[in-house]
Design a protein. Structure first.
Length: 72
């Protein structure tokens, strides 16, 4: 079961952007994640077609199950 921490940001153009982090430490410490997101916003290292990140929109952990089957 793969887990991903998704950091959701809002851009200058009003669009949502998601940064994904694989294998997050659980339980998620929301205060640490919020501080990290604020650092990303302040550093202005990411730019999208709809502008730079201007605010944190949300955080979520996504679980994914994959079942593979052989078809030979």
């Amino acid at each position: 079961m793969a887990k991903t921490l998704e950091l959701l940001f809002l851009t200058e153009g009003g669009k949502s952007v998601t940064l994904s982090v694989t294998d997050p430490i659980e339980p998620v410490d929301v205060e640490i994640v919020k501080t990290a997101m604020d650092t990303v916003i302040a550093s202005n290292v990411f730019t999208t077609a709809s502008g730079s990140f201007i605010s944190a929109k949300g955080v979520r952990v996504v679980e994914r199950n994959v079942s593979e089957y052989e078809v030979n």
